[in-house]
Design a binder for this molecule. Sequence first.
Ligand code: E4P
Length: 215
Amino acid sequence: MKFFIDSADVNEIRMANDRGWVDGVTTNPTLVAKSGRSFEEVIKEICTITKGPVSAEVISLKADEMVKEGVALAKWADNVVVKIPMCEDGMVAVKKLTSLGIKTNVTLVFSVMQALLAAKAGATMVSPFVGRLDDISQDGMAMVNEVVQVYRNYDFTTEVLVASVRSPMHIQTAALIGADIATIPYKVMQQMTGHPLTTKGIEMFLSDWNKAQGK
Ligand code: E4P
């Protein structure tokens, strides 16, 4: 299972990368705005931290403009993946960018049918948003399970990238389902690291060691 970090904060990305947790990065306009940096500058820097795929999202909503934007984004670095929102124009753009050899990540996917259409258009990755579905009392992980099943039924090569992750349980369930990738906020990666019994065990080992040394 590949882990991407869902962030445009280069300090967080470097920390996660130093811990061996970064196979790629996803950004979106909200995360880039939060970084307070220029889009081009931050994406180019992220692409020097990891050789893995780095998603950069288009802003246009018309197919030909998305393609133009995507072609320009792909020139920023070899590992840029063009993130395209799920919509009809987006599918035209995905088909065209794929034919040009440019990788795509179809974002804002909330149903199995959207994921099926994105795969048929040739998307490299598809991003089902689990947390935002959970927020409206729909089961985000159940949707991911069905997307994985449908892709397996028909041997689609599009990778399932679980997005809008809010908790370690989303990652555990994604791993059990067999999703290809999860993109994870750094805070959730930290939550996945800890266990109260690990903390207690470390303290106990240290205390017993010190007692034996007469400290
Ligand atoms: C990543 O590709 C998505 O843009 C991101 O996971 C969305 O997360 P959010 O629903 O927490 O904003």
